[in-house]
Write a new protein. Sequence first.
Lengths: 714, 286
Amino acid sequence: MATKIDRRSFLKVLGLGGAGAALAGCDMPSYATMEEGEEQVFSYLAPEEYVVPGIGVWYASTCLQCSAGCGVHGRVREGRALKLEGNPDTAVNKGKLCQMGQAALQTHYNPDRITSPRIGGKNVTWPEALAFIKEKVTGAPVWMTGSISGHQAVLLDAHLNASGGGAHYAVETINAQAWQAACADTLGDAQPNLHIDKALCVLSFGADVLGTWVSPVKFMADYGKFRAAPRGVLTVVEPAMTLSGANADHWVAARPGSEAAVALGVAQVLASEYSVSTSALPSGAADAIVAMTPERVNALSGVDAKTLSKIAETLMSNSPSLVIGDGSYETAAAAMILNLMLGNVGATITPSAELVPADLGVRSGSTKALADFAADAQAGRIGTAFITGTNPAFTAPGGLKIEDALSKIGLKVAVAMFEDETTQLCDVVLPLASSLEDWGSHVPATGAGRGEIHVQQPLMEKLHPEVLGLGDILLGLTQDAGADGLEDFEDYYGYLRTAISAMIGADFEPEWQAVLQAGKVQAPTADRSFTANGALNFNVPETKAPPAGRLSLITTARQGLFDGRHANLPWLQEAPDQISKAVWDSWAEIHPTTAAGLGLKDGDYVTITSDSGAITTRVFLYKGVHPDAIAVPMGRGHTHYGRYATGIGVNPLNLLDGTADGRTGEFLNTTSVRVQATGDNRHLVRLMDVDQQYGRKLAATISADQLRRNQGGA
Amino acid sequence: MPSLLGNIFKGWADYSKGNEEGGHHDYEHMYALAIDLDLCTGCNACSTACYAENNLATVGEDKFGARQAMHWLRVERYFDEPDMDKIEETNDTDTQSRGASFLPMMCQHCNAAPCEPVCPVGATYHTVDGLNAQVYNRCIGSRYCANNCPFRVRYFNFYDNADSWPAPMDQQLNPDLSVRSKGVMEKCSMCLQRTRAARDTAKREGRELQDGDIQTACQQTCPTSAIMFGDLLDETSAISKIWKRHQVKLGVYKQDKENPELRGYRIFEELNVDTKVLYLERVREV
């Protein structure tokens, strides 16, 4: 080893040391060794061992943008998460991701995140916040969350048990409770596996399978196979066009709330024209079918006999089929009756396997839970409430008077990433880590049957040092409440690793690394079979044309802003709505005939008034909405939700009166409203103001017959 | 050492080969897309993936309304279907009886790109990968290229859009490509940086680049796998096969298909710009 240092290398070392010291602090290797004659030089800029400058590394985790629970791969370069893609090894999303998943980066890097605990809007330290909670807590605390599963759900239950047995309210505005209830009643399995890819015909009554229903990315991937040869036919019956409706071969507009009548009408056509037996159906079904004559269907829904025949013919000539329904229990049950009649059960609907560690399963959110919460709060039964992953002050129907209900609760603690309408009403706000900073395990909304549990791991260091993961907060609270068996865990990571290792029966580093690398772990499952069904109680609503001057308001859900939780992401605000192509504002969809009757033209402002409130927004005229309806997509109209969402658009959810479905207790998404022009007009900003191709061959179409002639070359 | 004379001869040889053999270009690769409109649900995942991958700025309502949005990939939506309207006698004009038609529209990477010859400074040119590229730091913002583009897929930075990424949002920016500044035209690059990364990876692993190694961001995320990407010069690639199967040829302004009912077509083919995006017609049950 040469010990002589020439001037050039001396300067090099100095320069390196100087820059490094400035950037990296003092805990890096020093160059003092030089003085001892060694020439070993370490760069102060040398990154961690696993960081290769300029090279992106992909880590597996789980998407939490909706409750579907898709697996993701996140690209990390120089310690930052830069891009998310689907995890190709998951059964749910098979490497794919929707725009909400892509935009999880903007949730994480959002400039409006809460970075410190707050009491009454003032920043405090964690010990202060926890001391405040401890001092003010009264009664057994309750939790209100969105859909939740996995080990966070286990800890949540543990916290409730250890602290007095309070209730857990899982709230989701966009849910599939009606479908799950109908499946439970007819098959004894609330979440059977649906095989869109194996069906040759899919008939949907108000369930937006491609947009927002249960697990849209999974269903879209299946839809891709469904459209491959032999090509499946999609028919959608609904009051206002959804993303699924926008991809339908046949789209049928039904009066809001009358989808069940149409489904039963189709069943009658199947029975009378195609002699499909109704004898094996649950009791009550056959009578409901007989009562639903084509004339009655027409009176209730506005759908004529010819359309019913066409739907029936499509079902009969494309077997196996799959019928899906949601929105009301009657609709879902009528869809299941069609499945039973057509022999789809066992073909395109198969039993889900049972998750053996049942306590990990999904607590599916509902709007009934919100109603229960409001009722319990109003009655003074809730002393302390923890709220996370849901924004009841934004999503609750006006008829529920949620602000009033919340004011009756002694201590309200929000665990949140952003200030929103609900955190405004809470006493304490605890800063939550983003999905890219946290540990967790999640059972996919559809995948429970396969026992594949997705594992969430942090993709990068916390952006804000004060934020904590939900699991860590739950573990801390539970330990504090004196639960047994949790004392030894220092953090949620330790708990999760121990729990998962116990589940797979191994606690070795390689196994654990393999779980993290795959982003998933296989939980033990048990087979299940469909059980015989009991009676169905049909109570088809008497839908009729609204009285003069009134319309049925429909609050529609879109993949994008969803129930409003993604309104603070500029990518999604600027992504043109799939149907209207509008950006950065709300609009009301109205049929041209109805608009003509009201003297409205595109861009006219209208005030929509219900018993619970009023909103003013612009109309968008198009034929994809029933003439008796006016449809306003949910998601905008925030009053407190950061710089990108506040003051933009209107929130139609507040206009709902809170009328609930008889069987499931879910809020129905329609209500009667008055629509009046304000006299103002302003152009609605859209990607494109034309709906026509004017004879140019842009998005060309051919008939399916033509395709079949060429199936070989399809 | 290539001489001037040698260059002239080579140029002439290429030119005459291009004349004899429609669509011939002296490229190393010819990257192209194929989009099956029958699988496209119009969900926008591709477009948002593009925002994430390519550092696209969001501009807000007013600038969007002034056609100053930066969406390299937009999903257009149409309600009319001229061919279907002819077939379907029962088409009720009062209510919608079918869904919509969606059209993902991005730079078509024309082999005879009308944007290229009008650039006064040569900021837009064709690469040896067959891509229509934009050199940001050469661009002077004349906007002639955007004027000349029949697809309206070139996006001009009328403003400095740096406020699109208030801290810490700027940490998400992809360091593999630049953030464009005011006065510069930008457009779809078919995720050039992902091509580079895939090549580097293949080289590091000591192997040849294979079909499927390069995935554009839009193709990667498409939930129904409607988008396909690959090298048309590689005869064995999936993309060459689908172009061949649909009997769509490069270098012509009118396809002469043996089977005219095949679904493949190119938009504005009659303009003879020789686009490299193959669309497959949407199918509709009558």
